[in-house]
Design a protein around this ligand. Structure first.
Ligand code: TYD
Length: 204
């Protein structure tokens, strides 16, 4: 099996990716594999402060400022958490990463995708996930799962979230080797089985 891997979990708010990330972590830990969990925004430490601003700040936030805050958190996550763990041979599972910025700030907010790719590349210093899961779900279901207590991003509206979804699907078409789309309307168990299958196909 390949050692030291970086796997990311992507999709709409409420798509169930965090649950699936935790289930994969349990599966790997049972096999005695060292796993590190992280997330964006909100990598442990400084990232938690950045997350607070991104999700709860009530004043106006410019689209470019928003992007730079996500990117700042990303640079910290890669340098302080992801790279050291991967180098030690651990499997790092990350809740959202580069594809979120392309989908949300690029397709969602309409910022130039080439520039976002360039900025992502600077924030990650060129590291890319080995494998990415996109949990695809229709907007009605995902918003119903999120419920009434919506954060700043979740309040962005239906058209915005539709563009985000299309963005993810487009990314998966462009990078089919790395990005695997999973139908997130299925049951938790069915999705978990699919995640394991894809993971094992990748590893062996
Ligand atoms: P979070 O509570 O982590 O959402 P979820 O539980 O659905 O993952 O909030 C993260 C929000 O930030 C989510 O709406 C997606 C958004 N986001 C971006 O817009 N751009 C980014 O680069 C990242 C990492 C997240």
């Amino acid at each position: 099996m390949k050692k030291g891997m970086f796997i990311t979990f992507e999709g709409a708010d409420g798509c169930g990716k965090t649950t699936q990330m935790k289930l994969l972590a349990e599966y790997l830990e049972k096999k005695g594999i060292d796993v590190v969990l992280t997330r964006e925004p909100g990598a442990k430490g400084l990232g938690e402060k950045v997350r607070e601003i991104l999700l709860n700040y009530e004043g106006p936030v410019s689209d470019r400022c928003e992007s730079f805050l996500f990117l700042a958190d990303r640079a910290q996550n890669i340098d302080i958490i992801v790279n050291p763990a991967v180098e030690e041979g651990k499997i790092v599972l990350c809740d959202r990463h580069i594809d979120s910025t392309v989908a949300y700030q690029g397709y969602g907010r309409g910022l130039d995708i080439e520039r976002i790719n360039m900025l992502n590349n600077i924030a990650t210093n060129g590291r890319k996930p080995d494998l990415t899961f996109v949990f695809d779900i229709d907007i009605e279901t995902s918003m119903a799962r999120v419920g009434k207590e919506k954060d700043r991003m979740e309040r962005a509206g239906k058209d915005f979230h539709n563009r985000v979804r299309q963005g993810y699907l487009e990314l998966a078409k462009q990078e089919p080797q790395r990005i695997k789309v999973i139908d997130a309307a299925k049951s938790i168990e069915e999705i978990h089985a699919e995640v394991i299958k894809i993971f094992e196909e990748y590893c062996f």
